[in-house]
Write a protein of this length. Structure first.
Length: 353
């Protein structure tokens, strides 16, 4: 079977996905949506660094809605507010387009009805499926950490910590905007503003999915965010972080479960890993406390120091999205999630306590 694919957005993730779709013998690129007027009208192959493929990029959503496509690979940059992309996604779903997004939508049901129900209604109207997938969110907690809890006879806590070195990221809009670097904590504490709300909405979906996999419910989520100031001017690829300004953000949430356990999720974004001597070289560390205790580390790297450091994670994220295409296209209308791995359970029957 050949799946007809629309690529939505052509940033670093989108261009990688374009190349994978163009090169894959079981995928046919039928459409390409771009946000930039400069990209609109160009051949999608050209945007991907390939020979022309006869698909013209467009910034007109009506043109995308009119296409006969099996799935839309939705890869825009996440933006404020968290629901900013919902209107476009709802139009695509209502038009019968299955969606695999790397920009949220992992567990829409975890939010209030006014967020989730329009998305669910659009799925019903179009007979379509919405899937939020990626590496984190998407794999690290929901599939790898949960599977490891299946080794336990008692579970007290699951802790997942991610570290991202942002020094080589080139986009000032991302580094100094969505990452919060360069802000002044004395006048603009990003851990209490719109950025904190955005990331809490996104990563709370991971916590709810993990709790569901454990047969649990979340009693409450407590934020425990931290900022690190630059001890000196720090030069990164996106610009200069002045001394005293934010050079690292650690977004951390503690989910207290009704059954008494807890799930901790932390993401450290840093302009200089040497500011954090307590961290190791691994991209992720997973610590499971119970009987027995379990420690895991996971790194995703290119293997070639001459290649951009972000390329390996980009490749992994796109691979997760493409591998999901037959599962999402074949799923019933509604919100998609992979079945939970055989995880620890306080009870052996029932979905929750």
């Amino acid at each position: 079977m050949v799946y007809r694919v629309v690529q939505w957005a052509t940033g670093s993730m989108g261009r990688t996905a374009l190349r994978r779709v163009i090169d894959h013998p079981e995928l046919e690129l039928v459409g390409c949506h771009v946000y930039s007027a400069a990209k609109a009208g160009q051949d999608a192959g050209t945007l991907a660094g390939r020979d022309p493929v006869g698909v013209t990029a467009t910034n007109d959503i009506a043109a995308i809605l009119a296409l006969d496509a099996d799935v839309v690979l939705h890869m825009p940059r996440i933006t404020l507010p968290y629901a900013a992309m919902n209107a476009d996604v709802e139009r695509l779903l209502a038009a019968g387009k299955n969606i695999i997004s790397i920009a949220g939508f992992h567990a829409p049901w975890a939010h209030a009805p006014d967020y989730a129900e329009p998305l669910r209604a659009a799925c019903v109207a179009g007979g379509s499926t919405l899937a939020g997938l990626g590496v984190n969110p998407g794999v690290i907690v929901e599939r790898i950490a949960l599977a490891a809890t299946g080794l336990c006879s008692r579970l007290d806590a699951v802790r997942v910590h991610e570290t991202v070195d942002a020094s080589a990221m080139t986009s000032p809009g991302f580094v100094f905007g969505l990452m919060g670097f360069g802000s002044d904590p004395d006048t603009d504490d990003v851990t209490r503003g719109p950025l904190a709300q955005l990331y809490t909405q996104l990563f709370s979906e991971v916590l709810h999915l993990a709790a569901q996999g454990l047969g649990e419910r979340i009693a409450r989520i407590e934020p425990a965010h931290e900022l690190t100031r630059a001890p000196r001017d720090i030069h990164v690829a996106a610009g200069v972080i002045a001394a005293g300004r934010v050079a690292a953000t650690r977004w951390r949430w503690l989910a207290m479960l009704e059954g008494g356990g807890r799930i901790e999720l932390a993401i450290l974004w840093t302009a200089d890993p040497s500011l954090h001597p307590e961290i190791g070289a691994a991209h992720w560390t997973i610590a499971i406390e119970g009987r027995p205790n379990i420690r895991m580390t996971l790194s995703i790297d290119e293997g070639d120091p001459a290649m951009p450091r972000a390329r390996a994670l980009t490749d992994a994220t796109v691979a997760v999205a493409l591998a999901a295409i037959p599962h999402v296209v074949g799923a019933p209308p509604g919100f998609f999630a992979y079945p939970h791995p055989p995880a620890w359970r306080a009870r052996l029957s029932g979905d929750s306590l």
